[in-house]
Write a protein that binds this ligand. Structure first.
Ligand code: PLP
Length: 445
């Protein structure tokens, strides 16, 4: 029997074939429509089929699509690096372009280590990350990730990097409550640095809002201020993994602006090109670059497609579109509206345990018992069931299930394109309700 030759996430899975997309809608080859309630993998942030981006893609392709970065630079890559330096706060003024979020975080790790080496410090090689996190699928990025499900097969190959608890207030790792907890989860970083020895720690990495491993877990007030203070005090660089949160998703260009905390290194991806072409970036501050510029003057990393002019032109067009349409404000306003709708839903659906996140990066955690916050038994596979039911109803949502016993277990991310209208949000809610009603029924059978 003829079979598909494409390796898909589930080899025996049946996936609809997509025909085209327009705005927040996708259409398959049977003309079924889907509201892209997750922007794919939190990527298609300005929606599908935007003529301005297609035009930019075409115009650049007519000039040049590829140059090798060791031979030439290109106008779009130069302009994009400049633009990113302008739209980011603080002294984050340098950009190293790569092709995926995993490469961006792994490059961030390498640059952090190199920063210390250039000063003659060769012991600072470890990166502290948080449990309940996802920084990418390559072995370096996975070493920094606290995502049980994605790690378990490769654990023997991973660096044994230290980790600290996540700021997960819904299920506080200290069984405490904010603010009387005094941010114990942030203070844990200082203890861990002491335990390992600060002379071994190059950097701390965190997703401003935890995405794939937790379902839009946002920290309590004061958390990042404390983290930054601890990092500075201990000569540890702070890497913000903004692959999911960056370029407008939370209502700010970078999510770290929500707390007014400046990272030393930033990883970007996903929304940078909004899915039109692959591109990601590691942004580096003047402070981190200084010893490298004085020393070897070379960043020991790079890929064939790094700084690709085609993708750079797309990213410039995407950022310009976000600015022209004032999509940061839109993300904040529509995000508030969507959050209110989800909170209302929680009254009718006791399986909704928590609604969280910022802007248009929202998460729902599902529980068997709302009062007790008791998770569903793992074997019920509730996240998978919800994703499937939503898909049947024509709604795409993103699974955020890390497979970690410490996390509730079942969560989804709702992160539609920033261009979504109120009317489209209402339609999204109708489809979500209909899916949850059926899930409820099946779970109670
Ligand atoms: N970092 C974060 C926060 C992510 O959410 C992801 C992907 O989901 C990555 C890194 C890895 O990015 P990519 O899948 O483009 O390699």
């Amino acid at each position: 029997m003829e079979h598909s030759h494409l390796i898909k996430p589930l080899l025996d899975g049946v996936y609809p074939t997509i025909a085209y997309g327009k705005g927040v809608y996708l259409f398959d080859t049977n003309e079924k429509d889907y509201i892209d309630g997750s922007s794919g993998a939190v990527t298609a942030s300005i929606g599908h089929g935007v003529p301005e981006i297609i035009e930019a893609l075409y115009e650049q392709a007519k000039r040049i699509s590829f140059v090798y970065r060791a031979q030439f630079t290109s106008e779009p890559a130069e302009l994009l690096a400049k633009k990113l330096s302008e739209i980011t706060k603080g002294d984050v003024n340098w950009a190293f372009f790569v092709n995926s979020g995993s490469e961006a975080t792994e490059t961030a790790m390498k640059i952090a280590i190199q920063h210390w080496q250039e000063q003659g410090i060769y012991t600072k090689n470890k990166i502290i990350s948080r449990w309940i996190s996802y920084h990418g699928i390559t072995l370096g990025a996975l070493s920094m990730s606290g995502h049980v499900g994605r790690r378990e097969r490769f654990v023997p190959l991973l660096e044994d990097f230290p980790s600290v608890s996540a700021p997960y207030c819904y299920r506080c790792p200290y069984n405490d409550t904010y603010p009387s907890c005094n941010l114990l989860c942030a203070l844990e970083l200082e203890r861990e640095i002491k335990r390992i020895g600060k002379k071994y720690i190059a950097a701390f990495i965190a997703e401003p809002i935890i995405g794939a491993a937790g379902g839009a877990i946002d920290p309590p007030r004061g958390y990042y201020e404390k983290i930054k203070e601890i990092c500075e005090k201990n000569d540890v660089l702070f890497i913000a993994d903004e692959v999911m949160t960056g370029i407008g998703r939370t209502g700010k260009m970078l999510a770290m602006e929500n707390w007014n905390v400046a990272p030393d290194i930033v990883a970007l991806g996903k929304g940078m090109t909004a899915g039109y072409t692959p591109m990601a970036a590691t942004l580096v501050s003047d402070k981190v670059m200084a010893p490298i510029l004085k020393g070897s003057k070379i960043i020991m990393s790079g890929h064939t497609y790094s700084a690709n002019p085609q993708s750079a032109a797309v990213s410039l067009a995407v950022i310009s579109y976000i600015e022209k349409k004032d999509l940061l404000k839109q993300a904040e306003q529509i995000g508030d509206y969507l959050r209110t709708q989800l909170l209302t839903l929680a009254k009718d659906y006791p399986m909704i345990g928590d609604v969280r996140g910022k802007g248009l990066l929202l998460g729902i955690e599902f529980v068997e018992d709302q009062q007790q916050k008791r998770p569903f038994p793992k074997q019920f596979k509730v996240t998978t069931l919800i994703i499937q039911k939503c898909m049947e109803k024509g709604l795409l949502v993103y699974p955020a299930n890390s497979g970690d016993e410490g996390v509730g277990g079942d969560a989804i991310i709702i992160s539609p394109p920033l261009v979504i209208t109120k009317k489209e949000v209402d339609e999204l809610i109708i489809r979500l309700k209909s899916a949850l009603t059926e899930v409820n029924k099946e779970l109670n059978q």
